[in-house]
Design a protein around this ligand. Structure first.
Ligand code: NLE
Ligand code: FE2
Length: 319
């Protein structure tokens, strides 16, 4: 599981970690999973054409260099059909179950069921809203590299399509997840500054802090929900990109617990299907203040002890 890497102990002391000073210095080659090498339980494992397609698209991402346009992908009719049906089915649920920030940004991208949008075009739209840009990537990045990207307002995004036999849910990131789930939130200014703060915090984080930061990212940006009056709405991309997960959430299929950014969070799993518990922000604004406070505590390089004692003050004056 990509939840931070093992502590390197003495080795790490001998060779201090190099903090990237720009996006060019963020490695986008350390793919931990969900790249072109499909495992036996992947729905596309016995589909040779699908596997070849994944290899081709992943290779394009690997050869991309910062500053070049993102490679154009000519999606097949089958891929367009998967995209179109996912988009149509999800859109019906958004009005009732997506948070207001998501709904506000949604029309900016003008997503249509008859064509899979190109990341280059979407990146341009995004840059015009919050300054975030997209960088193509072959699969699931090492979490430190992924979060580091956010510090430079760069969102690493896959370009391949999920397998057509399982359109409603996939454990892996794919173009549906990135575009429908993540981009509308990244176009929201307060969400974007939160994502940026998580990124900056990741530059400062040691291995233990990074593990917690990755969990915070997972239980907010990927699977977060937010209270709006007496309702619970989704803002996490993993919920908003999966028709199955969104229905599960809307039907009250999982427990909803308040998020306390200073407390330990459950282990992340890509293997257990829908989430059993969602963490809720009291409001988007209040949650952002808490998360920013946690991020600021890493940036200030505080020890755990000082961080716990200082939690109140940090809440009162987020950096
Ligand atoms: N389960 C999500 C989906 O089907 O779109 C993807 C989650 C990626 C972390
Ligand atoms: Fe994601």
């Amino acid at each position: 599981a990509p939840v931070g890497s093992k502590r390197k102990g003495a080795d790490e002391q001998a060779a201090p970690r190099r903090v990237p000073l720009g996006i060019q210095e963020v490695d986008n080659g350390a793919i931990l999973g969900f790249s072109a090498e499909l495992s036996e339980d992947h729905p596309g494992f016995h589909d040779a054409a699908y596997k070849q397609r994944r290899v081709n698209i992943c290779n394009l991402a690997r050869s991309h260099r910062i500053g070049e346009p993102i490679p154009h992908i000519s999606y097949t009719a089958e891929e367009v059909a998967v995209w179109g049906s996912a988009l149509t089915r999800l859109e019906h649920l958004f009005q009732q179950h997506a948070c207001k920030e998501f709904q506000r940004s949604w029309p900016l991208f003008d997503l249509r069921p008859d064509a899979v949008p190109q990341l280059e075009d979407l990146s341009q739209v995004l840059q015009g809203t919050t300054g975030f840009r997209i960088r193509p990537v072959a699969g699931l990045l090492h979490p430190r590299d992924f979060l580091n990207g956010l510090a430079f307002r760069t969102f690493h995004s896959t370009q391949y399509m999920r397998h057509s036999s399982k359109p409603d849910y996939t454990p892996e990131p794919d173009v549906i997840h990135e575009v429908i789930g993540h981009l509308p939130m990244l176009a929201d200014p307060s969400f974007a500054s939160l994502a940026h703060a998580i990124g900056v915090a990741s530059l400062a984080a040691d291995e233990e802090q990074l593990k917690h930061l990755v969990k915070l990212y997972w239980y907010t940006v990927e699977f977060g929900v937010v209270r709006e009056g007496s309702d619970v709405k989704a803002f996490g991309a993993g919920i908003l990109s999966s028709y199955g997960e969104l229905q599960h959430m809307a039907a009250g299929g999982a427990e909803v617990a308040p998020l306390d950014v200073w407390q330990p969070l459950p282990k992340i799993s890509y293997k257990d299907g829908y989430q059993k518990r969602y963490f809720a922000l009291e409001s988007f604004e209040a949650g952002a203040v808490e998360l920013q406070a946690y991020c600021a505590s890493l940036q200030a390089g505080l020890t755990d002890e000082v961080r716990r004692c200082g939690a109140r003050q940090l809440r009162a004056s987020p950096g």
